[in-house]
Ligand binder design. Structure first.
Ligand code: ZN
Length: 454
């Protein structure tokens, strides 16, 4: 419920921003031209030109191209620079207004001013971000988002392709609105993509939330056909994994459960949201269409903890897990900027590492008393982050080598590549530097770590 409220709030804010935009002072640099059914071009010299192929519009329509100095675009670009590694948001924005929805790809060629060209070298590049609004509706197609762009350093322009998929097809019969496309440009590190470096939190290292992650539907920030109703197109803000009802769903990283809810029959159904924190940023993961939710709000979870079971609740055509990743920049989800990202870009390979304390080692040297409970804390050596804090109870006689013997004492955890250091406590005694206290993880190999204290 909280989720719905928050989305609505965001929606209203976006709309408010959209309305405000129209009343903002706009630069006089603009041109208006009628584009016919057979297509055409509109050009503002030194700023940009827009190409419309035949059949882009279903009728003759006036198109306006302007260079804008809207405060809202400025704010949007500043928000973009919070989310991406951008060294400077480009104070250069253009706007395309039309009364008809485009049916074909629109190509926009933006002339990049010399002052920026001179700075584009080496490790730096440009990229474009766009926002799409309908002037008289609540529909803001998406937050200011990365566009499909091509920049050739030897040419002084940035090519931007605007897919008609950006627009929901439910609007095609209504000609009373105005489509507003706003484009801003950024300068940032990474020559090929122009500053997109922070798709994931720096060390989020998510692990796949199922035992076997097979993608059945990919992430899309632009509207795509919705499997529940082929007449509806909307963004798919997560990734779908194949699954069977009752299959365990695991936390993708350490965090705190902040929502356990039901989003209704067309949404995520039964879902869970976990908030994660890294030394540099905060982010959230969402697990949808669950049949069972096994955690409660405010519960702390570790990577690999079972939090629920796969199901088909909400808008799902079959059992699967809908998994979302939100990058946020503040610990408070309600007061932060957020953005869904393709979780696949943030998922790293892992190993299933088994950890066991054998009762008896090599003829019962290093004997461990049955019934003892050890607190096992594991750290990532590079970041010193705690990756696990749990207890291992020695309930069975597990001879060495122990990993081949099935036992409830065997702890199985998921760890990405790295070096890990463990600390063991028994009562007031703290053990460090013991056999098995430091180990390396190589994804794909599933080693067994013996914890041997003597
Ligand atoms: Zn999905």
């Amino acid at each position: 419920m909280k989720k719905i409220f928050w989305l609505c709030t965001l929606f209203i804010m976006t709309e408010f921003a959209c309305k405000k935009t129209e009343n903002s002072p706009i630069d006089k640099e603009s041109i208006e031209k009628e584009i016919s059914l057979s297509g055409g071009n509109i050009s503002l010299p030194g700023v940009a030109s827009v190409d419309f192929v035949q059949g882009t519009f279903s009728n003759n329509v006036k198109v306006k191209l302007s260079k804008t100095k809207s405060q809202d675009v400025r704010e949007d670009m500043q928000n973009v620079s919070l989310l991406y590694d951008i060294i400077e948001e480009f104070n250069y924005e253009i706007r395309i207004n039309t009364k008809l929805l485009p049916d074909k790809m629109i190509k926009v060629t933006i002339d990049v001013p010399d002052s920026f060209i001179s700075r584009v070298s080496g490790d730096y590049g440009l990229n474009a971000y766009g926002k799409f609004n309908f002037s008289d509706s609540l529909e803001s197609i998406q937050a200011f988002n990365v566009l499909d762009t091509k920049f050739y350093g030897n040419r002084k322009n940035l090519e931007v392709e605007l897919s008609p998929l950006y627009f929901s097809n439910k609007w095609t019969s209504d000609q009373s609105f105005e489509v507003i496309i706003t484009i801003g440009i950024s300068l940032g590190k990474n020559p090929s993509v122009g500053g997109i470096m922070k798709n994931c939190c720096d060390d989020s290292k998510l692990t796949c939330p199922l035992d076997n992650c097979v993608v059945s539907r990919e992430f899309s920030s632009v509207p795509v056909t919705w499997p529940m109703d082929p007449n509806i197109k909307k963004p798919h803000r997560g990734v779908d994994y194949k699954g069977i009802t009752g299959e365990p769903v695991y936390a993708a990283h350490n965090g705190e459960v902040i929502e356990v809810g039901n989003h209704g029959s067309t949404g995520w159904g039964k879902y869970i949201v976990i908030r994660h924190k890294t030394p540099t940023c905060y982010y959230k993961t969402l697990y949808g269409h669950l049949s069972r939710q096994l955690v409660t709000e405010e519960q702390k979870v570790f990577r690999g903890d079972k939090i629920g079971e796969v199901g088909q609740t909400g808008g799902a055509t079959g059992p699967h897990l809908h998994f979302e990743y939100y990058k946020i920049n503040s610990p408070s989800p309600s007061g932060s900027k957020f953005d869904t990202r393709d979780p696949l870009q943030c998922i790293v390979p892992y190993s299933k590492v088994r950890i066991v304390i054998p009762v008896c080692v090599s003829g019962c040297l290093g004997f461990v008393g049955i019934g003892r409970e050890y607190r096992y804390k594991l750290y990532d050596e590079a970041t010193t982050n705690i990756v696990l804090d749990t207890t291992i109870k020695v309930t069975n006689f597990v001879p060495y080598p122990a990993c081949t013997t099935p036992t409830p004492d065997l702890l199985e955890i998921r760890l990405p590549a790295g070096t890990y250091v463990a600390e063991l406590r028994y009562g007031n005694i703290v053990y460090t530097g013991f056999f098995g206290s430091r180990f390396q993880v190589v994804p794909g190999l599933n080693p067994c770590q013996y914890v041997i204290i003597s």
